[in-house]
Write a new protein. Structure first.
Length: 556
């Protein structure tokens, strides 16, 4: 069965692209508002870091940008242990060099990534919608679902404030960003950048329709490019292609040879980042330990019963549609529908793989969810509502029913993202850690940047430590829940160091064991304990400001 997608993409009207561009511009404008608010309201004694969420991870990314702009490979500066420069990531390498060439800081590069990745993903999503959905209204519906969909996290917020009056129940079902395009463009643009793997599927299907392997070559090169940024997304690419080939074989009772050749070509071209990642995390003890600590994040795919809470009304409608279409009846199913079914159902297996990064494999799932939800809305929901009105309220034009249900679905998928956007303003209005630093702290980090050597270690609180590698180029003693080896052990060491109850020999042991060169002492460190750092005989002040003192460790 041939797909009609090529014809539909070719006949996408200019008015549709104006709609797409206007939607992208609206999303970028809305998601820029919290950043503009943060920069414009920053107090005179503070500095906004440019980060909206997840400061530890962005401290890691900024460190990679700095390191990779100076050398082709980076060492792990978020841990004090000496380690080799063997890490590479194409995304942060490119942004690091762009930062160096333009003179713009890492926070500015985040905005460049937001605009670029967000725009490219949404444009690609609409192209894919045009391939799978025959009518303009259906394409627009699916596109809006992809752009704005979120889960039932808003219900959890109501429960927190109205019923429980305490902690938020199931917080991960509200804050997980994978699969939430709007939240990704707001705060995690590297996720929508990674989700550009959906273009590989478009190229494969287009190449199959035209009978040309050059499209598979293009898809393989794109997968190779994206794999050097997020190797785990290659799992999604390979699994979806395998599922599609299997369904085609079951339906046609013959191997789809051209499809298999295309898939193998994509795999052969793109597999190298995956092999590199496996070698990195198995052969090198530092990166092996880093991978082992991914469990420290405590972020895993919610169980099946919680998936509707995370993914919301669109997921429920997509699941209903997929089951209503009878997934076991394949004889009369088009290639396009087979592909979407395979993509939807195989992802259930991917997101429950026994790996610590399983949650990342939800990334991109919003696309088949939106396509199936749209098919269900028009094929099943519209006739039911129209029949109801015809029987009880009088005849109602189908077009009006479609518009009403489209609007109702879009309204249903918005509330959680509206809450997440509003909450950013509430968080930023506090002008506090981790998104803001005191000017004295940034000045002290600048002093370290000018004076430390790349192999030296700075001990500080986690609050400051997560910024030390990016801002100074030195190793941080404590910086990240995965990148800092023995994270919990070092967290306790930092607490012990600043506690008045700890004996000096223990402090000397910590400093000596990990080769600490400098101790950063500011407001965040004072909050950890009452130890009189200024009286320590093994520390010498080398930088002083009203709120921050940097001490150099005196070797015995």
């Amino acid at each position: 069965m041939r797909s009609r997608g090529l014809v539909e993409v070719a006949h996408t009207e200019a008015s549709e692209w104006r709609f797409v561009v206007a939607t992208i511009a609206l999303v970028l404008a809305i998601t820029s508002l919290p950043y503009l608010y943060a920069y414009s309201t920053t107090p005179a004694d503070k500095q906004f870091t440019g980060i909206m969420l997840d400061a530890p991870d962005y401290g890691q990314y900024f460190s990679w940008m700095r390191e990779l702009s100076a050398a082709p490979l980076a060492s792990n500066k978020l841990t004090p242990e000496p380690n080799r420069a063997i890490f590479f990531n194409l995304l942060w390498w490119g942004l690091g060099h762009l930062s160096r060439w333009t003179g713009l800081g890492f926070a500015a590069m985040l905005q460049v990534l937001r605009v670029t990745a967000g725009s490219l993903f949404l444009l690609s999503a609409y192209v894919l919608c045009s391939w799978f959905l025959p009518e303009r209204r259906m394409r627009r519906t699916a596109f809006l679902i992809i752009t704005f969909t979120s889960g039932f996290g808003w219900v959890l917020v109501i429960l927190k404030y109205v019923v429980l009056r305490g902690d938020l129940p199931l917080p991960l079902d509200l804050y997980i960003a994978e699969g939430n395009t709007f939240l990704d463009i707001l705060a995690y643009p590297h996720f929508v950048g990674a989700a550009l793997y959906i273009v590989v599927f478009y190229l494969l299907l287009r190449g199959e329709t035209k009978g040309q392997l050059r499209y598979a070559v293009g898809g393989g090169l794109l997968a190779l490019f994206l794999g050097w940024q997020h190797a785990y997304d290659l799992l999604s690419v390979y699994a979806v292609l395998a599922a599609y080939a299997a369904l085609r074989t079951l339906r046609d009772r013959v191997l789809p040879k051209f499809l298999i050749r295309s898939g193998l070509l994509i795999g052969i071209i793109s597999c190298w980042p995956a092999l590199y990642s496996v070698a990195l995390t198995t052969a090198d003890p530092v990166w092996k330990a880093v991978l082992a600590q991914f469990v420290n994040a405590g972020v895993f795919t919610p169980n099946l019963l919680q998936l509707p809470i995370l993914l919301g009304p669109a997921f429920i409608l997509a699941l209903f549609t997929a089951l209503r279409q009878n997934p076991f009846r394949l004889q009369d199913v088009s290639d396009n529908d087979l592909f979407v079914r395979g993509w939807f159902f195989v992802t259930f297996g991917l997101i429950y793989l026994p790996v610590d990064y399983q949650i990342h494999l939800i990334n991109g799932w919003q696309v088949p969810i939106a396509i199936l939800a749209t098919q269900g809305l028009f094929a099943y929901c519209v006739p039911v509502v129209q029949n109801f009105f015809n029987q009880h309220r009088g005849p109602l034009e189908r077009r009006r029913v479609e518009r009403g249900l489209m609007l109702a679905l879009v309204v249903c998928i918005l509330p959680t993202n509206l809450y997440l956007l509003t909450w950013r303003f509430a968080e930023l209005s506090r002008h506090d850690y981790p998104y803001f630093l005191n000017k004295d702290e940034t000045a002290a980090l600048a002093w370290l940047d000018a004076n430390v050597k790349p192999n030296e270690v700075v001990l500080s609180s986690l609050t400051i430590g997560q910024y030390v590698p990016a801002y100074t180029g030195a190793h941080a003693f404590l910086a990240h829940w995965a990148q800092t080896l023995d994270f919990f052990g070092k967290s306790q060491m930092v607490t012990d160091f600043f506690s008045a109850a700890t004996a000096d020999p223990r402090r000397r042991q910590i400093l000596s064991q990990y080769g600490v060169t400098y101790v950063f002492y500011g407001p965040a460190e004072r909050s950890l304990g009452t130890y009189a750092v200024q009286a320590a005989p093994f520390l010498r002040p080398v930088y002083t400001s009203p709120q921050v003192v940097v001490y150099q460790v005196i070797s015995p």
